[in-house]
Design a binder for this molecule. Structure first.
Ligand code: ADP
Ligand code: MG
Length: 247
């Protein structure tokens, strides 16, 4: 991408409705390069919708999103180019189950003409090593555990060399014993300076890794601050109620 802006993500008065259902009701947010933001909030509060609008998987019904100087509303913006720089990790992995692991990792960079086969494979093996799955390169995805699949999904995003990574409840579908490995990988990615937005119910991860926590409720950011501010001294009653249920 062209110039490196300090606030890599700028969101202004963002709105989203599905028919009569007004789901995102005027969200403003700046995300700094290298910042790790955790988004918490009750089910149905609009967290996934918000995240999906950031890479244009959902189209806003109002307001503005700017990613690294690119206005997502503008006709000049090549949305596919912007997306190449935004990794997304979903609750249910979204891998190609019938392909082996290495092909899952090399598919996008090859198809988009970003890397040669050799280059893509070299990078893929590098990232598989980083997520602790060097020995799984040649196996079919559907033979992996949920935790392994999620680490493959993270490695697949990293191969694209993203500027930002979005995680939507990456550990919610995993057996408890798999959660730690995935959070460990995410922590490493954060340490290396990735800009991250993470929707999660893992409050331990949020406390340890987040620079900033957002509490979403009914389509608004009700409260935001450092993990200490949000978890230890929440100001808003709705934040207090939510935390009393999940902590
Ligand atoms: P969260 O991730 O916080 O649980 P969501 O963003 O998934 O919340 O959902 C917020 C609201 O938007 C819910 O009322 C949900 O039913 C609605 N919604 C989400 N996606 C769609 C969709 N594709 N079509 C219609 N309604 C949707
Ligand atoms: Mg969700």
């Amino acid at each position: 991408m062209a110039k490196k802006t300090e606030n890599i993500i700028k969101v202004r008065d963002l709105q989203k409705s599905y028919g009569d259902n007004h789901v995102i009701k005027g969200v403003d947010l700046d995300v700094k390069r290298n910042q790790v933001m955790v988004i918490i909030g009750p089910s149905g509060s609009g967290k996934s919708t918000f995240l999906r609008m950031l890479n244009h998987l959902e189209e806003p019904t109002g307001g503005n999103i700017n990613i690294d100087g690119h206005d997502l509303n503008s006709k000049e913006t090549d949305i596919n180019k912007v997306r190449e720089k935004i990794g997304m990790v979903f609750q249910h992995f979204n891998l190609f189950n019938n392909l082996n692991v290495i092909d899952n990792l090399t598919l996008a960079p090859r198809e988009l003409g970003l890397m040669s086969q050799e280059e893509a494979e070299k990078k893929a093996r590098q990232y598989l090593k980083r997520v602790g799955l060097s020995d799984k390169a040649e196996v079919k995805v559907d033979s992996l555990s949920g935790g392994q699949k999620q680490r493959v999904a993270i490695a697949r995003s990293l191969v694209m060399n993203p500027d930002v990574m979005l995680f939507d409840e990456p550990t919610s579908a995993l057996d408890p014993e798999m959660v730690g490995d995935v959070l460990g990988v995410m922590k490493d990615v954060a340490k290396e300076g990735m800009t991250m937005l993470v929707v999660t119910h893992e409050m331990g991860f949020a406390k340890e890794v987040a620079d900033h926590v957002l509490f979403f409720d009914q389509g608004h950011i009700i409260e935001q601050g450092t993990p200490e501010q949000i978890f230890d001294h929440p100001q808003h009653k709705r934040t207090q109620d939510f935390l009393s249920k999940v902590l």
